[in-house]
Ligand binder design. Structure first.
Ligand code: ATP
Length: 543
């Protein structure tokens, strides 16, 4: 069963060192996360796989790593200073600040036609606060999403040192178009890829690492002659979809969504979102847009831009004149892709049924938890609804829903309810005895590729051989760890839970004939292989 709730992923991530809440020793900083020892390996593997596919394996692409801080004029001429904003409204009753366009879509079932229509609905009291239900909302105003900072030692109090933390990496590519074109002697079509941090002061961050204020993007700007843009766009839509599938994402959890005319940015000719079926519903993983010649034209010197010192254009030998290339932009999030791969790989199943009386006891506890939640007055409406819905669904489906219940263990709101302590105690005991969690990550993405265990940790010859194998494989660039902190069965379970595709056990036969047991995470098969062949075997399996 793949992850049916984000709680299971959050809980596993925290328990096994993928993702931690940021600055937790000071109570954290809302919706900010740190990648732990296994998370950083996983995310690095996602980025490496992307770079390999879009830069190294193609002959029409170059890489770039532009600065986060850029001249403020970049954001003036890109349009971000004027228009990169979300419409917000304030609820006068409960003092929350929801996004007005989201209220409109949720409550009227369609996209609004701009701020004017949203504000007409607010004054007609047609929109309600999602937290308290009041219709006493202020007029919606645009709220710019860019983080401001000051460049230079002194804050002069005026705007002379103003700079922004980039809200996307794309602009760094556009303003370097001429540099890459000239230094790499490129002809159209060609593209530039970049991975880097971006910052947006999101009003409603959430859903774990899905929407945060600091995140990493993996962006491509692919430059083509006008007229060749539509075919290139379609080719990128296909190639990017296939990338996720090749790395093991289930096709049925991935879809292409054509943006409607109303959604399209004014300069975009067409945009297709790749969406993943996250536990909270279909949501964007990557947007692939045909941005026409908007960006290069905007940053080129001309009547509309007296500040630029360059003309970002291309001399077309066939037509013997300068043209402004069109650009196709596949723009993905490294954090969202990592989260989607985690959700897709997550597999938690009952390995055997617990006795009926134990299930019945747990069901009673979950039902009394649901009743306690319903009675609490000090829980926010949305928290109450979320916990009640989860508890009722879990109670109805036990013991199959045991994995989902285990996922709730770290939920701070659930833990505020007294009876939940008992629920946790009983479910964790049943979980240990009756469930198996496996992350079926593609071997190229798994944080660890191989784990090596000695059958006995107090037998120096086994330990020496196991440590030696670890060193040999690591020297080949195969991420390998050594572990002797438990019985073999327990060590297999631990590695399954973090997605390690292969485990090696060194036993007494290994000392006699030099063979070891290689155990496969997915088939659970165990085959003997000579130590001398291990490097070759894994190189092939991990290619
Ligand atoms: P959304 O509609 O979800 O806010 P967007 O359309 O604003 O996304 P783009 O500006 O197209 O996003 O950014 C490209 C990609 O960057 C997105 O597909 C997503 O993977 C990632 N991304 C954007 N905003 C965030 C964020 N706040 N947190 C994490 N990833 C993000």
């Amino acid at each position: 069963m793949p992850a049916s709730s984000l709680e299971s992923i959050v809980s596993l991530s925290k328990r096994r060192g993928f993702v931690f809440p940021s600055s937790a020793v000071y109570g954290g900083l809302g919706s900010t996360w740190d990648y732990g020892p296994l998370g950083v390996e996983l995310k690095n593997n996602v980025k490496r796989a992307w770079w390999r596919s879009v830069v190294h394996e193609r002959d029409d692409m170059e890489g770039l790593d532009a600065a986060i801080l850029m001249n403020r004029l970049v954001w003036k001429y890109s349009g971000h200073e004027a228009t990169f904003s979300d419409p917000m409204t304030d609820c006068r009753a409960c003092k929350t600040r929801p996004r007005a366009d989201h209220l409109f879509v949720a409550q009227k079932g369609r996209d609004p036609k701009g701020l004017t229509e949203i504000n007409a609905a607010i004054s007609a009291k047609e929109l309600k606060c999602p937290k308290c239900g009041s219709t006493d909302l202020t007029e919606a105003r645009p709220f710019n999403l860019m983080f401001k900072t000051t460049v230079g030692a002194v804050d002069t109090g005026d705007d002379s040192g103003l700079a922004y933390l980039r809200p996307e990496t794309a602009q760094g590519i556009f303003v370097n178009f001429g540099n890459v074109l000239d230094t790499m002697r490129r002809k159209l079509p060609f593209g530039v890829a970049q991975i880097g941090k971006a910052f947006r002061n999101e009003i409603t961050p959430g859903n774990f690492t899905f929407r945060t204020r600091e995140f990493e993007q993996m962006e491509i700007e692919y430059f083509v002659k006008p007229g060749d843009d539509e075919a290139a766009h379609q080719a990128w839509i296909d190639a990017r979809t296939q990338w996720y599938v090749d790395l093991g994402m289930r096709r049925e959890n991935l879809r292409q969504r054509e943006q409607t005319k109303d959604e399209l940015a004014h300069y975009a000719k067409r945009c297709v979102d790749l969406e993943y079926r996250f536990p909270m519903g279909w949501s964007e993983l990557e947007g692939i847009a045909n941005r026409t010649d908007f960006d290069l034209a905007a940053h080129s010197r001309g009547p509309n831009n007296p500040d630029s010192v360059e003309e970002l254009r291309y001399f077309d030998l066939e037509q013997k004149k300068h043209i402004i290339p069109y650009v196709i932009e596949p723009s993905a999030g490294a954090d969202r892709a990592t989260l989607a791969f985690l959700c897709d790989a997550y597999d938690e199943a009952l390995v055997k049924e617990p006795p009926a009386e134990e299930t019945a006891k747990l069901r009673d506890l979950v039902q009394s938890f649901a009743k306690s939640v319903a009675k609490r007055d000090n829980l926010a409406v949305d928290v109450k609804a979320r916990l009640t819905e989860a508890a009722e669904a879990i109670a109805a489906e036990l013991p199959g829903s045991l994995p989902r219940l285990l996922g709730l263990s770290d939920d701070a709101d659930a833990n505020r309810i007294e009876v939940f302590k008992k629920v946790r105690g009983v479910s964790e005991k049943l979980g240990d005895d009756y469930t198996r969690t496996v992350l079926r990550l593609h071997p190229r993405l798994a944080p660890l590729s191989v784990a090596v265990f000695p059958l006995k940790k107090n037998e120096p010859r086994l330990v020496e051989m196991a440590r030696g194998i670890r060193k040999e494989l690591q020297a080949e660039g195969i991420r390998t760890v050594y572990d002797d902190t438990g019985a073999i069965g327990k060590l297999y379970r631990r590695q399954d839970e973090v997605g390690t595709p292969f485990c090696i056990t060194v036993d007494f036969q290994s000392l006699d004939d030099g063979t070891v047991t290689v155990r496969d995470r997915d088939s659970m098969s165990q085959d003997r292989a000579p130590r001398a062949e291990l490097q070759g075997i894994f190189r092939k399996k991990l290619r």
